[in-house]
Design a protein around this ligand. Structure first.
Ligand code: SAH
Ligand code: F3S
Length: 494
């Protein structure tokens, strides 16, 4: 009988991609998707370690699955990804019913490991080397890049895909666990990336988002030639049938002029740059070991603004970092009020064992203060965002229609292709736009006249005539997202 799989994904786009690849590999072995954990033969959690909150979610999910495992002892329970690499055996001590613990560098082994467990081979732990105590290339080899065939049915939408440019990170920001759990930075060869993009486009994909922890640090050396991210964008822009190219996440110091010029000159590259500043104070940036000052950041922002006046720039910020004073936090507020970010993702500092900040600095800002600073910064960003979005009112924007709006997704609309629903899409500057239109427009480019602006989205009406007409791809699956949790599951009612 066909075996059924349930997978839950927590964390960043890298994890969404990894889950797609794991599912694709298992489907090639004859597995099918379950509709929920209760009817699954294997339940996998693809995990995140970047903040404690993300880990807590997985441990509570493991608590819930325990009953299922008692009912069905043959159920395979697996913990994949960053938490597996970070906690290793600790996971089995806390949840002895877990069968598989597989780090991000061993995901290619999942089909074989699941088969082993089903065959009675007992629990398995497969992780990479730690980042101390061995030569860099030996550690790097223990994190294998995992980029086999894709599975359009398991992507957020069939017409959008993530493509990895590099694995790992070498920046070692003091607060961050990523270099420890994702290993050394390793670039994929340009030809591999371009071939993957071509294949995706041939399958109907129209938008590609390149992903790397510091995507703009991308460097691939082959003999005497170095390929940078800007070179890669030139190659991808030439692919017929591809409409849009995005890339995340950028590291401020590597935002070089060739890259900014590529965004300006290449028609398919979205005018959207996510370049996390993390903090507004030089003293805190030093404690974070971010490697730049606010002066450097503003100089970079100036270069972006002068070459790309209409581009959307977004940032991440950490509030309540070790030793953060009111005055230091005030500098972050000042930066948010003055820099004109389209949006900022704001996080309360969460100490991560193994990082420099955890080893050397006290997590001394009380939780209540972190919460209050989080609220104040969100409020400041919301004001800036509304003001920025108002500039679009009265303009016509070309939108790639992604699916039902959050409102109609919540209402559980089961509409036919011609039924008018509230749809949601994004502009070339990554602005979310909602509008009423027939469901069949999903996956198409349409022109929308913007009528209203809120802090997080615009609202409008479809302009006369479609920007273009293409057949609608399969809409069978979607990622249902809540902050930090992507539940990859079949879409309801379609
Ligand atoms: N380069 C990565 C960064 C991964 S972490 C990327 O692809 O986005 C994402 C964001 O989480 C960081 O930019 C930072 O703002 C936040 N973050 C990282 N470690 C954190 C910690 N220990 N506590 C709170 N926030 C953290
Ligand atoms: Fe983390 Fe800094 Fe790398 S935030 S992912 S160590 S650039």
């Amino acid at each position: 009988m066909t075996k059924r799989l349930w997978i839950e994904t927590v964390g960043c786009q890298m994890n969404v991609l990894d889950s797609e690849l794991v599912v694709a590999a298992l489907r090639r072995q004859g597995w099918d998707m379950a509709r929920g954990p209760a009817e699954a033969d294997a339940v996998l959690y693809n995990t995140c370690s970047v903040r404690q909150h993300a880990e807590d979610k997985v441990y509570s999910a493991l608590g819930r699955i325990r009953q299922e495992k008692q009912r069905k002892p043959d159920l395979v329970v697996g913990v994949l990804g960053c938490m597996a690499q970070k906690d290793q055996e600790l996971i089995r001590r806390r949840a002895p019913w877990v069968d598989l613990i597989v780090g991000p560098g061993q995901l290619h082994q999942v089909p074989m490991l699941v088969a082993d467990v089903l065959g009675g081979g007992g629990p398995r732990l497969e992780v990479s080397l730690e980042r101390k105590g061995a030569a860099r290339d030996v550690i790097a080899r223990s994190f294998e890049s995992y980029d086999p065939d894709r599975d359009p049915a398991m992507r957020p939408t069939p017409f959008q895909a993530f493509v990895r440019t590099q694995t790992g990170c070498d920046k070692f920001c003091a607060f961050c666990v990523v270099p420890h759990v994702r290993g050394p930075e390793q670039a994929r060869a340009p030809a591999t990336i371009v071939a993957e993009a071509r294949k995706l486009v041939a399958e109907g994909c129209r938008e590609i988002t390149l992903i790397g922890q510091t995507v703009n640090s991308y460097r691939s050396r082959d003999g005497g030639r170095t390929t940078r991210l800007s070179d890669l964008l030139v190659m991808l822009d030439a692919i017929d049938g591809l409409d849009r190219i995005k890339f995340v996440t950028n590291y401020p110091r590597d935002m070089t002029d060739d890259l900014i010029a590529a965004v300006r000159d290449l028609p398919k590259v979205c005018r959207y740059l996510h370049v996390p500043a993390q903090h507004g104070s030089d003293a805190v940036l030093t404690r974070m070991k971010r490697g730049y000052t606010i002066g450097d950041y503003l100089e970079m922002l100036g270069r972006i603004r002068s070459a790309l006046p209409d581009a959307a720039v977004t940032s991440d910020f950490i509030v309540g970092y070790c030793g953060e004073t009111d005055a230091e936090f005030g500098l972050t507020l000042d930066l948010v009020r003055s820099a004109g970010f389209k949006n900022s993702f704001i996080f309360k500092y969460s100490p991560r064992p193994g990082t420099r900040a955890h080893e050397r600095l006290a997590d001394d800002v009380p939780e209540a203060v972190k919460k209050e600073r989080n609220r104040l910064l969100l409020e400041a960003q919301a004001e800036v965002s509304v003001a920025g979005n108002r500039r679009f009112v009265g303009t016509r924007q070309r939108v790639l229609v992604e699916g039902l709006s959050a409102r109609d997704e919540k209402r559980d609309v089961a509409a036919g292709p011609d039924e008018v629903v509230q749809l949601s899409g994004r502009t070339m500057c990554d602005q979310i736009v909602v509008f009423d239109a027939p469901l069949r427009l999903v996956g198409r480019l349409v022109d929308v006249d913007v009528r209203q602006a809120g802090p997080w989205s615009l609202a409008g009406a479809v302009a006369d005539g479609l920007a273009e007409a293409v057949p609608l791809g399969s809409l069978a699956f979607s990622v249902e997202s809540a902050p930090e949790v992507y539940q990859i599951a079949p879409r309801r009612g379609r």
